[in-house]
Design a protein around this ligand. Structure first.
Ligand SMILES: C[S@@+](CC[C@H](N)C(=O)[O-])C[C@H]1O[C@@H](n2cnc3c(N)ncnc32)[C@H](O)[C@@H]1O
Length: 223
């Protein structure tokens, strides 16, 4: 079974250190919510985010939404052939139950994720736990971990997909962040770093292309 991970994803609740910032407080009052129970979102909290560590990698839940949809809308995923995990920047893992459909509406997605990150359910469609990336990989027990990054060795997507399906229980990792690179901790957990195009692309484009090629390669491998 293929495990697909979005790593260090830009999806998290507003961190405590900026809950009192005016940009966050006014958004919380507008939404009638506690600041620390809302998703950090650069569209609303830009000025408050300036002081955050790795600010450029964080606060883009819209991008994580698009990335998750690009996997969960594929026939391969809907056939139950992909396990999907979202590892977040602060070290929370959201495991999506097999064949779960993610809301296409961003507002519904935001509500779902806020509830999941606050309540941290251990069962149901979204299972949430605290785990750093190496711990997550240990629990997945993959045959090989393929990290996709512009810092990797250039390989065509069909060749990459053929290598993935040749492995038992492969794990493919895409960064769920808008800018920057994998942290050293995440990078050193990968067995292989691969670049699938000379051009940098958005996470949702990479994910959709890779899942499709893996689906095609799986058919070729089994025939
Ligand atoms: C928007 S990019 C992050 C920005 C980063 N500078 C980059 O391109 O690696 C999101 C993720 O898409 C994947 N990605 C983007 N372009 C890629 C490429 N040409 N080859 C492999 N992975 C790519 C990586 O996993 C990356 O972390």
């Amino acid at each position: 079974m293929l495990s697909f991970v979005f790593a260090e994803s830009a999806l998290e609740l507003v961190p405590r250190e900026i809950c009192g910032h005016p940009a966050v407080a006014s958004d919380a009052s507008r939404r009638g919510m506690k600041a620390g129970e809302m998703l950090l979102d650069r569209s609303f909290h830009h000025t408050a985010m300036a002081k955050l560590l790795d600010s450029e990698k964080r606060g883009r839940p819209d991008l994580v939404h698009a990335a998750m949809l690009s996997v969960t809308a594929t026939p391969f995923y809907l056939e139950g052939r992909v396990r999907l995990f979202v590892h977040t920047y602060p070290g929370t893992v959201i495991e999506v139950a097999e064949k779960t459909r993610i809301p296409k509406s961003y507002l519904r997605f935001r509500g779902l994720m806020e509830k999941a990150l606050v309540e941290e359910p251990t069962g149901g469609l979204l299972r949430v736990r605290k785990a750093r990336f190496p711990e997550l990989v240990k629990t997945i027990e993959p045959g090989r971990v393929f990290g996709l990054t512009v810092r990797g060795r250039l390989e065509g997507i069909p060749e990459f997909a053929a290598n993935v399906v040749a492995m038992k229980d492969p794990c493919v990792v895409v960064g769920g962040f808008p800018h920057g690179h994998f942290s050293a901790e995440v990078e050193k957990t990968m067995d292989e770093l691969v670049r699938i195009d000379s051009r940098p692309m958005e996470a949702h484009v990479v994910a959709a292309r890779v899942v499709y090629e893996i689906e095609k390669a799986t058919k070729g491998f089994n025939d």
